[in-house]
Structure formats: C-alpha cells, structure tokens
Design a binder for this molecule. Structure first.
Ligand code: 1CP
Length: 339
C-alpha cells in the first residue's frame, strides 16, 4: 500500500525530504490518558500486549492525538525471551521480572528457537490490524531488543543499574555467552522478518543497556550480533539505537543499517563526522519536555539546526518519561513540523 506520509521512510533511506519527520520513542504506552483508559480495561500490560485489537488501538493513538509521522507497534522487547521459553511478569511500579533465568549451558540448550512466528502471533496480528486501520497514513515501526540487551534480562531476570550478573557472564563464560547471544540473534531475525512480512515499514533495534559495556566488550559481544541482524534484514530500513554507546558510534556507522539513533550525551556535529553516510535519529533530552513551551521550542530548534534537514529523523534521545505532559510532547512535535 502506498503511504500518504512517507517522510520518515524517505529520510531513513537517505532520500530528500521537504520537512523533517518526527516521532518519539515510547510514545504509545506512557503519557496519554487515552492509553491509560485502554490499559485499565485490559487489566494488565501483558493482557493489553496480547490483545491485537487493544494493542492496535494504543499504537494508533499517538498518530491521532500527537500528530507524529510514524506509529510504533505496542509491544515490548521482552516478548522475545518469553517466546524462547522464559516468561516474564510485569510487576506494578517495579517493572519486568523473570521467574526463571539463564544460569548454565543446560539452560541455554533448553531455550526454544522454533515456531517464533507462532509464539508471537499476537504481535504479528496486531501489526496487520494497525496497517489496516492506519490505511497508509504514516509508516509503522516494528522493533526488537538488541541481543545484548535481551541477554541482560535473561541472565539478570529483572532490571538493574549495572547488570553485573550479565556482565560477569561475559567475563567469566565468554563461550557460553556467545552461544546465548547467537540464539537470541537467530530468533530476533526470524521475529523482525515476521513483523516486516506483516507490514512493518521499518524496524528499530533497541540496545538500551549498550552503555554499561566497555568499548572492548561492546565490540566483542554486541556489534557482531547486531551486524548479523542488519545483514539479514534487507526488506526495510533498520535503525540501531545503542543508548549510551557513544564510544561505538564509528563502528555502528559501519554496520548495514540505514539509521543510527543518538542519545542526548552524543554531540550532534561529532556524530555526523563519525557516522557520515547514514541518517541520524534523536536526540533531545526527554527532560527538556518538563520545561515551558518556550524552552521546548528553543531547545528543539537548536537541535534541528545542528542536525540539518536531510538524513535526519527528529526524536528524543530516549523514551518519553511517563510523567511528561502530552501538551509538551505536542509542542515538541509541532515545533519540528513547522520548522
Ligand atoms: O511506549 C511505547 O512506544 C510502546 C511500546 C514499548 C516499547 C518500544 C514498550 C511498552 N516497551 C518498549 C521497549 C522496551 N521495553 C525497552 C527498550 C526501549 C527503552 O530503552 O526504553 C526496554 C528496555 C523495555 C523493558 C521494559 N518494559 C522496562 C524497563 C525495565 C528496566 O530494566 O528498567 C519496563 C518498565 C517495561 C514495561 C513496559 N513496556 C511497555 C510499557 C507500556 C510498559 C509499562 C508496563 C505497564 O503498563 O504496566
């Protein structure tokens, strides 16, 4: 189907655009009262994510309410471990918890890598519904966690500031770590291809915990697996967002992806130099959106000027924080659209 607004896709492919496209990470599940109403009806995050109708509804809300140039499918990166036989629970005010984690080589052998499309059929069905309901208004972004970030949750079993158990595994059991990272990579490729077959127009790889690794470890345990994913996905543009991995920008810039996401710690001019041939995405500090409309406009315009109009997708440097006023998010989006 032809897209009516294909700015984001054209920017991702490095084609010329008449205005800068904009969306925000985590736009679908955090800030809108309309989201919270559907979430309350679903009873839990997992029920919502597993109901294609409700997941489709909250995916489209930011397009209608905020006027973003793309939708991102409502799901979570943790559906991949679940499909591999490590189910998660979402604990209110705490986040995800895995009752079962990976500790030994035997645990890795026990992980499922078969029938991924079947196990994640609820995401695939939600994507098909969103595509139908969007009717070509804007592109739909599919996503998955990067292998290292998924590895973190599989080993640690919950969120962590340091993920020291996961890092300990890298240092003490590098071969076992590689076996697990490879399994995650294989499943992620199958999963992203299924999202694309169902209609995702672009896919983003979230390496949310990239910044906790040393440059050496990032090169050894993260880059090779992200590279496999980029090389395997030829159907759509791929965005790699490695939060905190300012040290790996040059290496990421050489991957077979089309877009590189930046966080707010990464200098824009330096990033353009380190990644000369790709579209960049980002990188406003989400905390800017706590400020006045004037401050939001001032910071956003400075960012847009620094990036320039071409080969650029405006976004925050990480997900929008849950206590952000949607009017302020709208101010950010409108500032980009009228720039
Ligand atoms: O908001 C959206 O755009 C909807 C889709 C979405 C996405 C893209 C959700 C729903 N999660 C994600 C990605 C995700 N999930 C990431 C990568 C992006 C990032 O860094 O922000 C990560 C690390 C997760 C893991 C996760 N899921 C956490 C973080 C825990 C930690 O280690 O600190 C949490 C709190 C969740 C729960 C979750 N995921 C999504 C929602 C709406 C929620 C809240 C759950 C609820 O409503 O009860």
């Amino acid at each position: 189907m032809n897209l009516k607004n294909d700015l984001l896709l054209r920017a991702a492919k490095g084609e010329e655009v008449e205005r800068i496209p904009v969306w925000t990470m985590r736009q679908a599940g955090r800030i809108l009262k309309e989201y919270r109403e559907v979430r309350a009806k679903a009873g839990s995050f997992i029920n919502l994510a597993k109901s294609p109708e409700m997941a489709a509804e909250v995916t489209i809300q930011p397009v209608d309410i905020l006027g973003v140039d793309a939708a991102i499918i409502f799901s979570d990166i943790l559906v991949v471990p679940e499909a591999m036989n490590l189910p998660y629970e979402m604990v209110e005010k705490k986040g995800p918890v895995f009752p079962k984690t990976v500790k030994t080589e035997t645990d890795i052998h026990a992980l499922n890598t078969e029938d991924i499309e079947h196990h994640l059929a609820y995401v695939i069905d939600a994507i098909k519904l969103v595509k139908k309901e969007l009717n070509g208004r804007v592109p739909l972004i599919g996503f998955a966690g990067a292998p290292f970030t998924i590895f973190c949750y599989m080993i640690e079993g919950k969120g962590s500031k340091t993920f020291s158990l996961a890092k300990k595994m890298l240092y003490t059991e590098p071969e076992i770590s590689r076996a697990l990272l490879q399994k995650i990579t294989d499943v992620t490729i199958t999963y992203l291809k299924a999202q694309i077959a169902a209609g995702a127009d672009l896919v983003q790889i979230f390496d949310s915990w990239a910044g906790i690794l040393s440059p050496e470890q990032y090169s050894a345990f993260a880059i090779p697996y992200i590279k496999q994913i980029c090389d395997a996905i030829q159907e759509t543009p791929v965005t790699v967002f490695a939060k905190g991995a300012y040290f790996a920008r040059e290496e990421i810039g050489q991957l077979g992806c089309q877009v590189v996401g930046l966080d707010w710690n990464m200098s824009i001019s330096e990033s353009r130099k380190l990644i000369p041939n790709k579209t960049l995405q980002g990188n406003l500090d989400p905390c800017v959106l706590y400020g006045s409309f004037n401050e939001i406009e001032r910071n956003t315009k400075a960012m847009l000027t620094a990036f320039g109009k071409q080969r650029y997708i405006a976004n925050l440097g990480h997900g929008v924080y849950p206590d952000t006023n949607p009017d302020n998010v709208k101010c950010f989006i409108d500032t980009v659209k009228s720039f």
